[in-house]
Design a protein. Structure first.
Length: 73
């Protein structure tokens, strides 16, 4: 989603709900998202997915290759 789309969404929210109502909606949206994240974490913990996620090996970083020194002696 680009900046222009965000501007359109914010303007539409201001037109539909008014300036006083938008902060209340943003707070309730944030609270809802936190609650959903907390619930998802609890579900994962209960069924044991956290142990699987923690045991999964992480991929190592690829080695960095320095370009050859092209200076003349």
């Amino acid at each position: 989603m680009g900046a222009s789309e965000l501007v359109v969404i914010v303007l539409a929210a201001l037109i539909l709900f008014g300036g006083k109502r938008v902060p209340e909606l943003a707070r309730s949206w944030g609270k809802t998202m936190r609650d959903m994240q907390r619930a998802w974490s609890e579900i994962k913990r209960q069924i044991g997915l956290d142990a699987i996620d923690d045991a999964r090996p992480t991929s190592p970083k690829p080695p960095t290759v320095k370009p050859p020194d092209t200076r003349e002696p």
